[in-house]
Write a protein that binds this ligand. Structure first.
Ligand code: MN
Length: 141
């Protein structure tokens, strides 16, 4: 069964793009447009993965991450940061804060879903990626 993904984004155009790409790929979405809404949605909808903008109208993505991971059952949930920050070091700062992965804006439609999907257990992926190459059984050694 495909994953339920919580998308936290206050920019309508980015939100619509991510929503379109993920829903078209078969994922069930929960949506929040600010940090407090994200925490409520996470508790209510129990997503398998969270995609979170860093710059939000209330608390920032770093604070969302801290509070998310403190919620019951969500201590190890995968959280992908999405941000236009492009300065050297920001990626390290984001990963050091505990985000699972980092996706930079503008969203690349060709690779976005694959980037997100690579963080999901195989059983929660909506599609099999031919581009990922054959997954031949490892019989060596
Ligand atoms: Mn934003």
């Amino acid at each position: 069964m495909p994953a339920r993904i919580l998308v936290v984004e206050d920019n309508p155009a980015n939100l619509e793009l991510m929503r379109y790409l993920l829903e078209a790929s078969g994922y069930a979405l929960a949506i929040a447009t600010d940090g407090e809404g994200a925490l409520e949605a996470a508790l209510r909808q129990r997503p398998d993965l969270v995609i979170c903008d860093i710059h939000l109208p209330d608390i920032d993505g770093f604070e969302v991450l801290r509070r998310l991971r403190a919620l019951p059952g969500l201590a190890s949930i995968a959280v992908v940061a999405v941000t236009a920050l492009a300065m050297v070091g920001d990626r390290d700062r984001i990963l050091a804060a505990g985000f699972t992965q980092y996706v930079s804006k503008p969203i690349e439609p060709e690779s976005f879903v694959q980037q997100v999907e690579s963080l999901l257990p195989a059983g929660l992926r909506a599609r099999v990626h031919a581009a990922a190459g054959p997954s031949s059984p490892d019989t060596a050694g």
